[in-house]
Write a protein that binds this ligand. Sequence first.
Ligand code: KG4
Ligand code: ZN
Length: 330
Amino acid sequence: MPIVLLAIESSCDDTAAAVVCDGRVLSNCVANQEMHRQYGGVVPEVASRAHQANIVPVVDLALRQAGIATSDLSAIAFTRGPGLMGSLLVGSSFAKGLALALDVPLLEVNHMQAHVLAHFAEEPHPPFPFLCLTVSGGHTQIIRVTDYHQQEVLGETLDDAAGEAFDKSGKLLGLGYPAGPEIDRLAREGKPVFPFPEPAIEGLNFSYSGIKTSILYFLRARQKENPQFIEENLADLCASIQHSIVGILLKKLRKATRETGIKHVAIAGGVSANSALREGLQELGLKEGLTTYIPRFEYCTDNAAMIGIAGYYQYLRGEFAEHDVAPYAR
Ligand code: KG4
Ligand code: ZN
């Protein structure tokens, strides 16, 4: 009998559902919540309400695209955390209700571990052990992955995430939310001529709140002399910001590969869509003799396929959840 999972992801602002059969993705659907753009960030209350409205249509679409009936399902996998509590509650309550109605088991999945396991949605996937840099609007971590269920955090951010640094810096430049993709696009026309100081953080941890502050002070000083400074230097500012943020990521990743001796390196999360990071990782791979893995964009950002993949390996190990399992924000 094939193992057919319906997976639900609702940790932040995207409502996502996927069907995964024997670890293979049959469908991967997502309803984006564009309304947060006007607020300059994700508004938790608005996000939960939109999940509530989107979840049934998205699940329905995922089942139809996969050609799967609810009676074919072996189990329901859902994101337990970390994420926004109101958002997580919508997905987990839906998953529990459906599992109860269909009398199938529940699988509770950790969102961060699932980002890493998204690499198993496609071939070729990295062999164990490998390192994964997970970078998004909410997380920045270097993980040592030794098995489907064994992930060790070697380093992580002590304050802001890398995606947050992109978004907050972009806001200072007057760009819309999320600013990461816009900075990436504008940076192609500019040069990294403005040096922003690198935080002195030992080991494999990161700190990104300082960059935002130094950009703020830098812009204030320059705008005093020239009120048009941002407009006249937008591309160079974007290139400089991107150069700083990505430079730190790559430096720590290189340190991690040297310290662990691990030669297979992957990236995951929304920021892995960044062209400078992708190119930088490939260059690093050539220089240091590493094999690098960059997933397709739909598996980089928040998606339910990754929850289904993680759920599949938990299913094989018989790791099912009780119905009183509660979401966790952190
Ligand atoms: O993984 P994701 O879709 O959602 C979570 O935060 O979990 O990541 C979103 C983040 C945002 O901060 C966005 O600005 C950033 O990924 N991002 C980018 C790019 N595309 C998305 N940052 C830099 N360059 C990009 N091309
Ligand atoms: Zn995420």
